[in-house]
Every structure is written in structure tokens, then in C-alpha cells.
Design a protein around this ligand. Structure first.
Ligand code: PMP
Length: 453
């Protein structure tokens, strides 16, 4: 079977995520046969360096022997059992270890099976907490512009990426929106910290005005990933934690994309030295192997639900695959790798290599900014460098980079006009240099105004 055979079969039955299927009349679909380390290989034997960790999930490479072994062992013991009324070792051990490594005070673990589901759980738990405490007027959520929290209706409602949200607006609960601290918008000469601090004034005013009706503020700590990898300073999180406490509003940290070493620390909240009331984790949790998510929360939240059955205070939320043992086994193997290897130290070195290799790209006539937080590096292409006027989205400049990268054996799926690297942590220095070379060529091609690009 060749690529062509699989493509034909694929296009006759599958409906791919986040895809205008008609694009595949021109854009080749790539059927993947196997993966190893940073590489994905198709049925014609072509290899692609997975520079975006397969949508940010894969942190220790494809077919990682340590994760494979743990899942295989677990498979011989128990593939799945319900988690209501029953428990099992992988879920218990994983929960214990997550409590150990997340900010102190996050003592309870509720499992879900993907990032969006975790966000739904956190939203419902926060709302339900206030209800159980008699504060039934608290029904609203506060979120940042340009944020992304998933695609299910609740998660979509608290997010703000128009491309994904606008169509469904009539279905979504109203949210209170506050301007993002995203430092791309800072004034010339202004530091990111100063800008983020300045942006906090609107959050403070919103909390003052809406504390009575607000359940929680939900944020992606430090990097708004799906919102074009926009970044902000940890000071915003410190101010937010303090203000949420003062106003009696929960703080939900959606670390689904930034958790597990992505931003330089194990969890992004550590850089602000804060503990949220809810922390959502997924993606890297299983090393990118299996769909699994958790919502971590505090004793205070848990206690508000702990009561006699007939008080009807319980959190009666369930997913069939809650705490799937195979997913938990992958999670345990992932945490073992963090415990046994100097992952964060190695990432610091790799992040520096990425920074050095891309340093001169800021001088490119169509690059407005090269920004980085740990193992996330983003390059923003613009039509006009001086005014930062963006390219018209219909021109699909990023797609040109994507196509060039594929020809060169790299998977660099952009976000609009933003090219980014979010590679597995097992990438080598040499591979980073290859990646940067290809991205640079792709950006040259994409920003050259010729029709055949
Ligand atoms: N929150 C954030 C910050 C994310 O980046 C994502 C996924 N890109 C989600 C939530 C949703 O996760 P999932 O795709 O597993 O539903």
C-alpha cells in the first residue's frame, strides 16, 4: 500500500479535524505509517520532523521505549474499568504523583479524557462550588481576549479565537471578556512586564464590577497558544491571583498546552509562584500517547461537595473513560522520565539553541516579532514591518510555509501568519538548525509576492 492508496481510502471516509476538506483537492494529505522520536514516516518512506509535537502533545518522541513498555505492561493487567465505585493502581498512583509535583495545595484530582472536557469540568466545578456555598448569583466566567480553551460549547464560550468561535456564537453562554496582557501589543520601548502590569488594570476593574456574579477567571498561563502563540509576563498571574483572592473569585489555570515543561518550568504557574484553584492538564500528561486529562483542585473546593447524599451536592459529572488505566500508565511513564532525566535542564539548552538560531530573523523585512518562552518559539509574519499590518488571512501565507516545509521533510503547521516551533524535547541541536533553515526558506517564499509560491 502506497500513500496514494491510503489517501484515496482516507478521503472517501474520513472527516479530518480543523480542516476545510476541499483543501485536499490541492493539498496532499499525508498518511502516516509509523513514528520514531521526532520523526513521522509516511507510506512512501518519506519522513517529517514533527516540529509541533503533533498538536503539542508529544514531549518525549514517538514510540518512546519507556512509555511503550509501561503501557504494554499495563495492557496485560487491566485495560479499563469504570472509576465510579472502583479504583485502580494507575489512577491512584498518577493522582498521588500529580499532587506531589503541582503547586502545593492542589490536593484533589478529577480525571477527564481530553483538554476540552477538563475545561468543562473546571467551569462546572467552580459554578457548583459557589452554589453549594449558597452563592447562587455567581453564574459568570471571566476570560481573556485571544484565549483558547477547547472546542466543546463551554470551553468555546470562554475562549476567544474568532475563527473557531464566531459561527457558534448563538449557542454559547455569555462571558465577561477582558483584554489580554499579550505583549505583542506593547508600546515601543515598553517592557513585557510593564505592559502586562498595565493591562491588569482592566482585569482589576472587571473583578471589582463583577465579583458578585463571577465564579472564576480562566487563563492560559504565560502563552496563549492557539491564539497565535502570544505571550505575557508572569507578573500578570501574580496580580491576578492576589485580586481573585481579594474579590472571592476562583482562578482556573488552563495548563493543557503549557504544562509539563513546555515554558521552562514544569508548570507555567511556577514562574509566577502561584497556586490556582483549578489546574487543567492534558496533552503532555501522557507524553502524547493517549487522551487523558485531569483537573486538580484544593481541599476547600472538594469540601464544598462533601456532604450527605440527600443534600444533592455531589459533582455528578462522568465520562465513560474517566481515568483510563492505559492513559494513566502512559502518564506514570512520562512522570518517570521527568524524575529520572534532567528534562528541564536539557530544555533550557535546547531553548537557547532555538533562540540563537533564530536571532537574526527579527531583521527579516516581513517578520514583526520572534518571541519565545522555553520550548515555544514563534515567528510573526506581517505585510508591513513598520506598522505591523498583518497579511490578509485569505492569502494564507502560513500555508505556503507549511507546504515548503513538507517538501523539506518538516511538519511546521502554522497558526495563520505565525510560524512556530514546539518540538518534542528529544529534538537535537542539529535538527533545530535544520528546522530553522527550512522555516527561514519558507518565510522567504511565503513573503515573496509571487503567485506560484
Ligand atoms: N486548552 C488549551 C490551552 C489548549 O491548547 C487546548 C488544545 N489545543 C485545549 C484546551 C483543548 O484540548 P483538547 O484538544 O484535548 O480538547
Amino acid at each position: 500500500m502506497t500513500n496514494q492508496d491510503w489517501i484515496r481510502r482516507d478521503l472517501s471516509v474520513l472527516w479530518h479535524p480543523c480542516t476545510q476538506m476541499k483543501d485536499h483537492e490541492q493539498l496532499p494529505l499525508i498518511p502516516i505509517r509509523r513514528g520514531k522520536g521526532v520523526w513521522l514516516e509516511d507510506f512512501d518512506g518519506r519522513r517529517y520532523l514533527d516540529a509541533i509535537s503533533s498538536w503539542w502533545v508529544n514531549i518525549f518522541g514517538h514510540a518512546n521505549p519507556r512509555i511503550n513498555a509501561r503501557i504494554t505492561t499495563q495492557l496485560g493487567e487491566l485495560e479499563h474499568a469504570l472509576l465510579a465505585g472502583f479504583g485502580h493502581a494507575p489512577a491512584i498512583e498518577l493522582a498521588e504523583r500529580l499532587v506531589d509535583i503541582t503547586p502545593a495545595g492542589l490536593t484533589r484530582v478529577f480525571f477527564a479524557d481530553n483538554g476540552s472536557a477538563a475545561v468543562e469540568v473546571a467551569l462546572k466545578m467552580s459554578f457548583h462550588y459557589w452554589r453549594n456555598r449558597g452563592q447562587t448569583q455567581k453564574t459568570k466566567f471571566i476570560s481573556l481576549t485571544n484565549s483558547y480553551h477547547g472546542e466543546t460549547l463551554g470551553a468555546l464560550a470562554v475562549g476567544d479565537v474568532a475563527l473557531y468561535k464566531e459561527t457558534y456564537q448563538p449557542l454559547l453562554m455569555p462571558v465577561i471578556s477582558v483584554a489580554s496582557p499579550d505583549c505583542y501589543a506593547r508600546e515601543a520601548g515598553e517592557s513585557c512586564a510593564d505592559y502586562s502590569r498595565r493591562q491588569f488594570a482592566e482585569m482589576e476593574a472587571t473583578l471589582t464590577r463583577h465579583a458578585d456574579e463571577a465564579c472564576a477567571v480562566i487563563v492560559e498561563p504565560l502563552v496563549q497558544c492557539a491564539g497565535n502563540m502570544r505571550m505575557y509576563d508572569p507578573v500578570y498571574l501574580q496580580l491576578l491571583r492576589e485580586a481573585c483572592d481579594r474579590h472571592g473569585v476562583h482562578l482556573i489555570a488552563d495548563e493543557i498546552a503549557v504544562g509539563f515543561g513546555r515554558t521552562g518550568t514544569l508548570f507555567a504557574c511556577e514562574q509566577a509562584d502561584i497556586r490556582p484553584d483549578f489546574m487543567c492538564l492534558s496533552k503532555g500528561l501522557t507524553g502524547g500517547y493517549l487522551p487523558l486529562a485531569v483537573v486538580m483542585t484544593t481541599d476547600d473546593i472538594y469540601d464544598a461537595f462533601y456532604a450527605d447524599y440527600d443534600t444533592l451536592r455531589a459533582f455528578l459529572h462522568s465520562h465513560s473513560y474517566t481515568g483510563n488505566p492505559l492513559g494513566c500508565a502512559a502518564g506514570l511513564a512520562t512522570l518517570d522520565i521527568f524524575a529520572e532525566d534532567d528534562v528541564l535542564g536539557n530544555n533550557r539548552r535546547l531553548a537557547q539553541v532555538m533562540a540563537d538560531a533564530t536571532a537574526d530573523l527579527v531583521d527579516h523585512p516581513h517578520v514583526a516579532e520572534v518571541r519565545q518562552r522555553g520550548m515555544i518559539l514563534a515567528i510573526e509574519m506581517v505585510r508591513d514591518k513598520a506598522s505591523r499590518a498583518p497579511y490578509d488571512w485569505r492569502e494564507r501565507r502560513g500555508l505556503r510555509v507549511y507546504k515548503h516545509a513538507l517538501k523539506e521533510g518538516m511538519l511546521l503547521r502554522p497558526l495563520g501568519n505565525v510560524i512556530y516551533f514546539m518540538p518534542p524535547y528529544v529534538i537535537t541541536e542539529e535538527q533545530i538548525h535544520q528546522l530553522v533553515r527550512v522555516a527561514r526558506e519558507g518565510i522567504d517564499i511565503a513573503t515573496r509576492d509571487c503567485t506560484e509560491a
